[in-house]
Design a protein around this ligand. Structure first.
Ligand code: BES
Ligand code: MN
Ligand code: ZN
Length: 509
């Protein structure tokens, strides 16, 4: 897909599909018809007055996600015009434009067009915090995310008649803001593609996307981008003393990998560290999961996908900051070599862990990654993991669980979440919860029972962080969509890519 921006008139542009994101001016009084903006008189004429009539009749009120497709009368100008409602102007946020972009891509596919133009959104509205830059960026993200399809494992494409979206133009009325718009287009495109890349890593099943496969994918990125990628094999992990990671890996014939991705845009400064859980399939191990739904555990490497995707986006955008991405990757299977419930293992940090449940494996591999990170003396460290089913119970599918030790860092992530549309909500890491992890025989046990399962997992991770400012993102509820949304088909979401990248860019000098 090629996305560009240009100046042009809505009524004269030659395109098979012109998309107009439309703000509701009438506010909350839903019975009031939307006015026809003065500058759309020519377009209304080209459409034979149907635009004006649709508005007067109240058929289109620009409600959130409402849409209307109109056709031209003559033989010039846009063949089709798609109005997409983004809701009341006073409540306009970037997410509405991301949704509009996704809807536009979906409608283009239905109609069967491979190119479209979108009128640059009018960002004025909301609480004033939505800039033109943010609005265009979100729109483009939505277009790229909404156009994503995955046919890799089909012998022939699912819908051969609907063409891929090949060309998108963002149309501006005049030259004012052209620089802002074209920069925003580029950022939105980079983020959308990186997120699609993460989705593709997560959608591939456990027999394809193995730890070695993830390592190859990370290494492949270093060929074209300013990224240094180092991969630790089991031998190196043993020398490092990564006993927790190796214990999880022991049950599988797939060798574990520990992937290190380094982006150096910040000279001699201490880096930020991103850590992602890379369990390529989580059967539970000897504490075997029930069969129903077990297939979904191919996405237990979504934290890893978020880190790898974010490192790709960061390297493409080139911010002035150093970033290290760490991905511990294993497969969790039962076998004669598996760790057993009751086993006591020694983590990279030296801490001994009593394994009460082999299905609490994510925290074990993250423990080794978090303590490994100390060598970088990072300014801050954030991990993302599909860590607990309890996170799905707590916040469902619309928020990432956030926990951490430093208020500043938590606030940065909160804001990055709002800006990126990947929103987070905080849970506490109070000392009282630590009791639940006391072992009778070792330094700590790997489960804290049913109460506050997400928090006790966070408390467990905290043991391995040392003095580094750290935050943990539990993405168990947000990494996979059971229902389609405007820019999200059923399946992997690639969540975390936008949030991580937004946070990193915000920390750049
Ligand atoms: N990968 C799972 C968590 C998960 C569950 C992610 C559902 C997405 C959807 C994790 O490894 C796990 O099995 N956690 C256990 C921990 C328990 C044994 C303490 C859980 O949540 O049940
Ligand atoms: Mn598990
Ligand atoms: Zn898991």
């Amino acid at each position: 897909m090629k996305i560009t921006s240009r100046v042009g008139s809505l009524s004269e542009i030659e395109t098979p599909l012109l998309v107009i994101p439309w703000c509701q001016e009438s506010g909350v009084e839903e019975e009031v018809a939307e006015p026809l903006p003065e500058n759309l008189g020519d377009l209304d004429a080209a459409l034979g007055g149907t635009l004006g009539r649709a508005l007067t009749a109240g058929d289109f009120r620009a409600k959130k996600r409402q849409s209307l497709l109109l056709y031209r009368m003559g033989t010039q100008g846009p063949q089709r015009v798609l109005l997409i409602g983004v809701g009341p102007r006073a409540a306009l946020v970037a997410e509405r434009l991301r949704e509009a972009g996704g809807q536009a891509a979906g409608r283009a596919r239905e109609v069967g067009v491979a190119e479209l133009c979108v009128a640059a959104p009018d960002a004025a509205g909301g609480d004033g915090s939505l800039t033109l830059e943010a609005a265009v960026r979100a729109l483009v993200e939505g277009l790229v995310l909404g156009a994503w399809r995955f046919d890799e494992f089909r012998s022939s494409p699912e819908s051969p008649d609907s063409p891929a979206l090949e060309k998108v133009e963002i149309l501006m009325a005049d030259r004012a803001g052209q620089g802002v718009v074209s920069a925003a287009v580029q950022v939105g495109e980079v983020l959308g593609r990186a997120q699609n890349f993460a989705r593709e890593l997560a959608v591939r099943p456990g027999n394809v996307a193995t730890p070695a496969y993830l390592a190859e994918q990370a290494q492949a990125l270093s060929k074209d981008l300013d990224l240094e990628v180092t991969v630790l094999t089991p031998h190196a992990m043993r020398e490092e003393g990564m006993g927790a990671l190796l214990a999880v890996a022991a049950g599988s014939d797939e060798e574990p990998r520990f992937i290190v991705m380094e982006y150096k845009g910040g000279g001699k400064e201490a880096p930020l560290v991103l850590v992602g859980k890379g369990v390529t399939f989580d059967s539970g191990g000897l504490s075997l999961k029930p069969p129903a739904g077990m297939e979904s555990m191919k996405y237990d490497m979504s934290g890893a996908a978020a880190v790898i995707g974010a490192m790709k986006a960061i390297a493409e955008l080139g911010p002035k900051v150093n970033v290290v991405g760490l991905v511990p990757s294993v497969e969790n299977l039962p076998s004669a070599h598996s760790m057993r419930p009751g086993d006591i293992i020694r983590a990279h940090s030296g801490t001994t862990i009593e394994v009460l449940n082999t299905d609490a494996e994510g925290r074990l591999i993250l423990a080794d990654a978090l303590s490994y990170a100390a060598r970088y003396e990072p300014k801050a460290m954030v991990d993302a993991a599909t860590l607990t089913g309890a996170a799905v119970i707590a916040l469902g599918h619309h928020a990432i669980v956030l926990m951490g030790t430093e208020p500043d860092l938590l606030e940065q992530l909160q804001e990055a979440g709002e800006r990126s549309g990947e929103r987070v909500w905080q849970l506490p890491l109070w000392e009282e919860y630590r009791e639940q992890l006391k072992s009778d025989i070792a330094d700590i046990k790997n489960t804290g029972g049913r109460p506050a399962g997400t928090i006790t997992a966070g408390m467990f991770l905290r043991e391995f962080v040392g003095s580094i400012p750290w935050a943990h993102l539990d993405i168990a509820g947000t990494a996979w969509a059971n229902e389609a949304g405007p820019y999200q088909p059923k399946g992997p979401t690639g969540v975390g890519v936008r949030l991580f990248t937004e946070w990193v860019i915000g920390r750049a000098s």
